[in-house]
Ligand binder design. Structure first.
Ligand code: AMP
Length: 284
């Protein structure tokens, strides 16, 4: 496994790999890896000849009041995990390389970033789309793998790729969960004491929504969201930010569920000081 720090060196390597006719699979991450990230790596290994993973805690997607400086990092452990998965290249650029002095070009995807995560974190998606566009231009992947865990992000990336004609196929992979249902996240490490148990309210409320929709035939989003919201009232450390049911493609909120359509039930909730997101894909 090669560890590459410089973006120009990374781009040269990718150009030579492409000349050799190799299909490049790319998994962008912020490190502190867990089995959710590894599932994307495994998918890339299945589909492509060369798997490149980037580890970059991207400052432009964090607001000044967010956790950029305390975001967990463990490069040694990450490298061990990636090498045992057979990853070919880890791209680990510095902030100065990615954002040199005078950097001033940003990618701004519009409508689909206005609500939900974009409303609560107004500069977040501009940072995400900018860094992913840069990484695509450096790594030159044929396929890039993202998690459904960040459902709105996956819609934003797909939109950007379409609108700006990036020659890359985007693959969205399912959410990987801990045995008790908690969606894996690098931020779960922040959950202290009781909060780890309290955090289960997210996955439990999604299970409730799925059961109402699939087993009870409930089609009113208000009824589903109200029933889910009730569960949060018993959890002291939980500060629910939103539960929304949106159309899978337009990412617009809907009032009723229709047969033959697909949706996401989206949740953002703070458990103590830790902000968690989770979702469920609904296919009727
Ligand atoms: P991050 O390191 O948090 O930026 O995540 C890197 C990639 O891993 C993103 O595409 C995430 O959606 C994906 N990811 C994060 N958590 C999970 C999970 N529990 N299951 C599947 N993919 C995930």
């Amino acid at each position: 496994m090669r560890l590459i720090h410089s973006s120009s060196e990374m781009q040269q390597i990718s150009l030579s790999l492409k000349k050799e006719g190799k299909k490049i699979g790319f998994v962008p991450t912020m490190g502190y890896l867990h089995q959710g990230h590894i599932s994307l790596v495994k998918e890339s290994k299945k589909k492509t000849d060369i798997t490149i993973v980037s580890i970059f805690v991207n400052p432009t997607q964090f607001a000044p009041n967010e956790d950029l400086n305390k975001y967990p990092r463990d490069m040694e452990r990450d490298n061990g995990l990636l090498s045992s998965e057979g990853v070919d290249i880890v791209f680990f650029p510095s902030t100065a390389d990615m954002y040199p002095p005078e950097f001033q070009t940003y990618v701004n995807v519009e409508k689909v970033t206005m609500e939900f995560e974009g409303a609560i974190r107004p500069t977040h998606f501009r940072g995400v789309s900018t860094v992913v566009a840069k990484l695509f231009n450096i790594v030159l992947p044929d396929y890039a793998f993202f998690g459904q865990k960040d459902a709105q992000q996956s819609v934003v990336i797909k939109r950007m790729v379409k609108d700006l004609c990036f020659p890359v196929k985007i693959k969205i992979c399912p959410i990987i969960r801990e045995e008790d249902g908690l969606a894996m996240s690098s931020r779960n490490i922040y959950l202290a004491g009781e909060e780890r148990t309290d955090a289960l309210v997210l996955s439990k409320s999604l299970t409730l929504a799925e059961s109402l929709i699939y087993h009870k035939g409930e089609r009113s989003c208000k009824t589903i969201v109200d029933a889910m919201t009730e569960l949060y009232k018993n959890v002291e450390s939980a500060e629910l930010q939103y539960i929304k049911i949106v159309n899978e493609i337009s990412f617009k909120e809907v009032e009723n569920l229709d047969a033959g359509s697909k949706y996401f039930v989206l949740i953002a909730c703070k458990i103590g000081n830790t902000r968690l997101i989770d979702n469920s894909h609904i296919s009727l």
